[in-house]
Unconditional design. Structure first.
Ligand SMILES: NC(=O)c1ccc[n+]([C@@H]2O[C@H](COP(=O)([O-])OP(=O)(O)OC[C@H]3O[C@@H](n4cnc5c(N)ncnc54)[C@H](OP(=O)(O)O)[C@@H]3O)[C@@H](O)[C@H]2O)c1
Length: 277
């Protein structure tokens, strides 16, 4: 059976986390293709700049500010789309943060923030989006996870955990959404050159530009695949590595990242006080 592909004539495309990086580039790409794109993030100025940049494109940008960790904000975004702009045809849940975790200085806030934005943030968008699409009888949803969700990697204890959860969430939802005429896809990029990855202190193999990422995602959204992953040579290798027995997996990741040789963090950051103190 052919999967539903949201075209500009079907309604609005909504992208969360569109003020920078992958979300911003994808918003421009979809607007270039003629979509009306509703963009959400906390930084209003950056969203307004994006809207101005897209003014000559065949589609358009609708600025709808909001914090994905706030479920009410996301309900408002959906209500604005529905009552002011039309049907929600495509939703790309992209907002995310990467907070590296070092086991020698575990911080509660790194886990809380990662779970709130990357995981609960997706749930907060998903619930109103599915309710709306169910009423319309069609829709397309794409969840931005990461190849970091395939298996544990150095510094990924919070980030990778949220991305692994998103992979499982999208796979699990697919069984019911298929029956409801709502298509769900999973976007698992490798390394993309964005403000989020600029702070990485390690070499990033097969790094791609945001424009290339946006092209891959846009093409994937029109394909019949469940998973949109790129660059394929790197992401398929990551899949294979995750099939290895654990002994070999840990050896290979340590070796390829040089992690075993890296000293622990010299200066532990000040510990957060225990809530009971
Ligand atoms: N870059 C990569 O190599 C890579 C690889 C795999 C997966 N990914 C995933 O791709 C997605 C985008 O990453 P990126 O690299 O493009 O990062 P980025 O440039 O830092 O962009 C992150 C976006 O998320 C938004 N955001 C953060 N917290 C938010 C909140 N509470 N509410 C609403 N929006 C929020 C930010 O906007 P505001 O700050 O204005 O709110 C920003 O627009 C993330 O889910 C990331 O995990 C990235």
């Amino acid at each position: 059976m052919q999967e539903f592909v949201a075209r500009p004539e079907h309604g609005i495309a909504w992208i969360s986390g569109a003020s920078s990086g992958i979300g911003r580039a994808l918003a421009l790409k979809l607007a270039e293709e003629g979509y009306k794109v509703a963009v959400t993030a906390r930084d209003h100025e950056k969203l307004a700049e994006l809207q101005a940049e897209a003014s000559d494109l065949s589609g358009s940008i609708i600025v709808l500010d909001g914090d994905v960790t706030n479920a009410e904000d996301m309900e408002h975004v959906l209500a604005s789309i529905e009552y002011e702009h039309g049907a929600l045809a495509l939703a790309v849940f992209n907002a995310g943060v990467y907070l590296p975790v070092h086991a020698e200085e575990l911080r509660l806030s790194d886990f809380e923030q990662s779970f709130a934005v990357n995981l609960q943030g997706v749930v907060n968008c998903l619930i109103p989006a599915v309710r709306h699409m169910k009423a319309k009888g069609q829709g397309q949803i794409a969840v931005v996870s990461s190849v970091s969700g395939y298996g544990g990697l150095p510094t990924g204890a919070a980030y990778g955990a949220t991305k692994a959860a998103l992979i499982n969430m999208a796979e699990s939802l697919k069984f019911d959404l298929d029956k409801m005429g709502i298509r769900i896809q999973l976007i698992n990029p490798g390394f993309v050159d964005t403000p989020a990855t600029k702070k990485n202190e390690f070499p990033m193999p097969s790094l791609v530009s945001v424009e290339a990422a946006a092209r891959q995602i846009s093409a994937g959204l029109k394909s019949q695949s469940f998973e949109i992953t790129f660059p394929k040579r790197f992401t398929y290798m990551m899949k294979l590595v995750n099939l290895l027995p654990y002994g070999l997996y840990f050896w290979l990741v340590n070796r390829s990242t040089g992690w075993r040789q890296r000293p622990l963090q010299k200066q532990a950051r000040p510990a957060m006080p225990h809530p009971a103190e």
